[in-house]
Design a protein around this ligand. Sequence first.
Ligand SMILES: Nc1ncnc2c1ncn2[C@@H]1O[C@H](COP(=O)(O)OP(=O)(O)OP(=O)(O)O)[C@@H](O)[C@H]1O
Length: 232
Amino acid sequence: MTEPILTAAHLTMDFGSKTVFNDLNFTIHAGEKISLIGHNGAGKTTLVKILLGLLAPTAGTVTKKSPGGQAKLKIGYVPQFRNIDADAPLSIASFVALNVGLSWRPWLTANEKKRVADVLALTDLTAIKDRPITLTSGGERQRAYLAQALLADPELLILDEATASMDVDAKKAMMDLVVKVVTQRNMALLFVSHDLELTARYTDRYLLITDETLATGSSKEVNADSLKGVRI
Ligand SMILES: Nc1ncnc2c1ncn2[C@@H]1O[C@H](COP(=O)(O)OP(=O)(O)OP(=O)(O)O)[C@@H](O)[C@H]1O
């Protein structure tokens, strides 16, 4: 088997005297579709922040390598649904283009414009690209976040409850699109969700955080009770 693109070893996270999880170990390989599940407060978002490098674990390491191991792993992140500042004057296209790359230039090169146009087409946003982002529906906005993440050509895409605010059809449409793109580009997917129907349908295996530890298995064989154990 090829080398993993991400290896989490002995990850422990404490907030003060509270342990969120203890000694988590797992790997992610190129092209794998994985769900991250667990009850409210189990530590899913905390783990995602650690994987993204936004939070340092209390103990343990995360090793990330591009497929082939030659470069840094590129991670795309679609955050939880959030309201965008009502005064934000950005169109969908400008919002998506924010992720075109770090640059001091206030304009886009022809190549960058093409990349933005391609990703808008891929996420079915071309027809509404000039609409202010504040006037979009929840589903359109999530597609804009997805487009923004895809623009950087990630090798691992992390969706954090990205479908939580959508109706059933919009959720499925979003996930159909995600899985199509992920499969086409051989990206790995980490889908954070409480929706076991979606995780069974769109991911191959699960990572379940429960009682401070990690369990894994086929996404079609999750025990629904495992999400109920709310510890407060
Ligand atoms: N910065 C922080 N300081 C203290 N406690 C925190 C902090 N961030 C998260 N926690 C706590 O850590 C635990 C895990 O939170 P986290 O947001 O990772 O859970 P989650 O599984 O993503 O939950 P949900 O499904 O509700 O989004 C919770 O008890 C939370 O209150």
